[in-house]
Design a protein around this ligand. Sequence first.
Ligand code: PLP
Length: 370
Amino acid sequence: MAVTPCYLDHNATTPLRPESAEALSHALEAWGNPSSVHAFGRAARRIVEDSRRHVALLAGANPAMVVFTSGGTEANNLALRGCGRARILVSAVEHPSVLEAADDIEAIPVDGNGIVDLDALLAMLGDGRDTIVSVMLANNETGVIQRVAEAAELAHAAGALFHCDAVQGAGKLLLDFRSLDADMMTLSAHKIGGPKGAGALIVADHVHLSPIVRGGGQERGRRNGTENVPGIAGFGAAAKLAAAEVETGEKLLALRKCLESGLLEHVPGVKIIAADVPRLPNTSCVALPGISAETQVMALDLAGFAVSAGSACSSGKVKASKVLRAMGRPDDIAACAIRISLGHSNSEVEVDAFVTAYRNFAERAGASAA
Ligand code: PLP
């Protein structure tokens, strides 16, 4: 009988919450166009606006600030390309949807833990009136939490706009758009138990955002195209639950501690990346020097555990992590690190079983390398 694999890859995506699936399937029946003024359109519009309220509550923003998009990637592109600033400065460990959103993006260096170098940012800024700065809330590969409010303060003092990719922070950290002092912030539904293909850019009232796709003026002219009503409905339902769940982050943190102490105790040579700086409660980036991440991920998959090698690459191929390289880690770490990202359904029993499987694998791999 096939054994159900244990899912430890929640930063890649999360299981769809039943409440989200239900809201989504209910919204499929409200098939009217939300821009139509008749009753069919109004039914769909109600769903979109209800979700907007829930997403705004999760983000600590006003509903009017929420611009629905097709996901985090589009929201990041919209923020950086739609803001009308010629210079784009982003931390060197951003997700590719930020790092590659435009030509001539300048990378702000990070320290050995992946935390953005604020002195370097200050030196790069100069007169920032034609600049946007983007620094993520927490890194998808390492879980490291950035000094976002300080970076925002520097950016604003120079006259620059500030954007924060909060995709990995949502549901794990308390989000508060107002106190973060960002001008724009990105969210994605499928990282909080919602469906893929829905996300949002939170945009402060004073930001003039031009759409990057031209069309019919939806989302108050900031994002054209008929809204993905079912996806947005699922996003709203997930956002409502994620907002309530942040307080249970302690449970995730306890599991992560159990995981990391187990690995350090039983797997000789294992390294926990950025172990001593603030990180997301669910994320561990673990390196086994000399054993490629691809080999590790495949062996663990065979043993029944789903983890990933840094950022999941759409081609399925695993390369040395650009994030770890930007942190100055040598290739025997950057090419040999896996990410274990826990979720609320994971248990201590699963974590213990993972530690045993990893120890067995490391012993075998060490023996075959010897
Ligand atoms: N930003 C970060 C930090 C992410 O981890 C991801 C997805 O992995 C994205 C943006 C992209 O979001 P989406 O998959 O919704 O396009």
